[in-house]
Design a protein around this ligand. Structure first.
Ligand code: PGA
Ligand code: ZN
Length: 425
């Protein structure tokens, strides 16, 4: 049973405060989890509680969330069996009492939920991926490595937030990381010799001051080729334009490029990028409020491109069910802090899989050294993970954990490869 819960305020990869929680069991097993934080958040995400006290951390302090864990949450959860994750999470949800976890804070709740699972895994002497996923958990995800950062994650003029490479042709996860690392370094040299900055953005990708998606895609595809890989076959390209950030008054407002595109023009533009470049997957190609746009893009590209919903679903099972009904997306991005408990996260993944949607486990742009999502990607067998670039330890920590898991699984391990994206072409 859970005997003690302690929370503290630590800092994340952007230097902002976040919540870390230790959950201790009667046998001494202690699980620890740190909570991530997004910058381009969906409107219907669970709410992270911030102090709003301008005297500390520019108002971003999380002492109220920490106090919630140490006081009322501890009172409600100490004594419960850590193995009964559903009961612990139900207690957290009931204690909070709001639909978006705004009272205690999703940051407080998620820290407790994940630390509970990690403590229970330790008590059972199981790695987290095996404890959560069972004996079947042996599929290593394709990493989507974000090597060019724009949008809300960089101070450049790129309207699209993320340009990623996914080594679908690798034989193992470790080989996928090697391929990604090699391309990352080629890209660095290419940007440097073209006179661009090689400083990195929030997710560790380069943040050159490029003006258009085409310019970024040209650099990425050339780097893949110049490293000796075949774009599309060995390494495919993935984008997260994060369009909710620049959809205004029914128009996609490309501020950096200096172009406004109507919904139809934006759909045409994405279709042209998919035709001209080896792009196999686009996340948030349409804004969360543009459901008609989503449907029209699905008609246009849904058969041969993975179209992943992030802001439109917020890892929320109810929003996902509505999306499935309405023909929005064919894939879902899963971020544990968008919904706030492990139980709800796993329910969303299950619903997605049953509907034939692919699933991408994901970090946030604000991260910590916590590697829980690496284990969850293997536990759910989702086959894809997006956790940043080949630099910044907050990003590489997850890739390194997956290298360890692959080693531990030995001959049982399987690399998800090309099939994971559900590609039909
Ligand atoms: P966020 O970015 O964590 O800032 O929301 C990641 C994403 O949009 O996928
Ligand atoms: Zn996104």
């Amino acid at each position: 049973a859970i005997t003690r819960i302690v929370a503290r305020e630590i800092i994340d990869s952007r230097g902002n405060p976040t919540v870390e929680v230790d959950v201790e069991l009667a046998d001494g097993s202690t699980g620890r989890a740190a909570v991530p934080s997004g910058a381009s958040t969906g409107a219907r995400e669970a709410v992270e509680l911030r102090d709003e006290d301008p005297a500390r951390f520019h108002g971003k302090g999380v002492r109220r969330a920490v106090d919630a864990v140490n006081d009322s949450i501890a009172d409600a959860v100490v004594g419960l069996a850590a193995e009964d994750q559903a009961a612990v999470d139900a207690a957290l949800i009931e204690l909070d009492g709001t639909p978006d976890k705004a009272r205690l804070g999703a940051n407080a709740i998620l820290g407790v939920s994940l630390a509970t699972a990690k403590a229970a895994a330790l008590a059972h002497r199981l790695p987290l991926y095996r404890y959560v996923g069972g004996v079947d958990a042996r599929l290593l995800p394709v990493p989507m490595m974000n090597i060019v950062n724009g949008g809300a994650h960089a101070d450049n003029r790129l309207d699209f937030q993320e340009f990623m490479i996914a080594p679908i042709g690798a034989a193992t996860f470790a080989e996928a990381v090697r391929m990604g690392s090699e391309v990352f370094h080629t890209l660095r040299r290419d940007l440097l010799s073209a006179g661009h900055s090689t400083g990195v953005g929030d997710e560790g990708g380069f943040a050159p001051d490029l003006r258009s998606a085409e310019e970024a895609l040209d650099f990425v595809v050339r780097a893949i080729e110049r490293t000796g890989y075949k774009p599309g076959a060995d390494i495919t390209v993935v984008m997260d334009p994060a369009t909710s950030e620049f959809f205004r008054d029914g128009v996609y407002d490309y501020v950096g490029e200096g172009v406004r595109r109507s919904v139809a023009e934006h759909v045409d533009y994405l279709a042209k990028l998919v035709a001209d470049y080896p792009v196999a997957s686009i996340e948030d190609p349409m804004a969360e409020d543009d459901r008609d746009g989503w449907r029209s893009l699905m008609t246009r590209l849904g058969e041969h491109c993975q179209l992943t919903g992030d802001d439109v679903f917020c890892t929320n099972e109810t929003l996902l069910r509505e999306g499935i009904r309405d023909g929005v997306a064919n894939s879902i991005l899963v971020k544990v802090n968008q919904i706030g408990t492990l139980t709800e996260t796993l329910a969303t993944v299950g619903t997605a899989h049953r509907a034939g949607y692919t699933v991408v486990m994901s970090h946030r742009s604000g991260e910590t050294e916590d590697t829980t999502i690496a284990d969850l990607a293997v536990a759910t067998g989702c086959g894809q993970i997006k956790t940043g670039s080949l630099s910044r330890s907050d990003r590489t920590a997850k890739y390194n954990q997956l290298i360890r898991i692959e080693e531990e699984l030995g001959t049982q391990a399987r690399y998800a490869g090309r099939d994971a994206l559900g590609l039909r072409r």
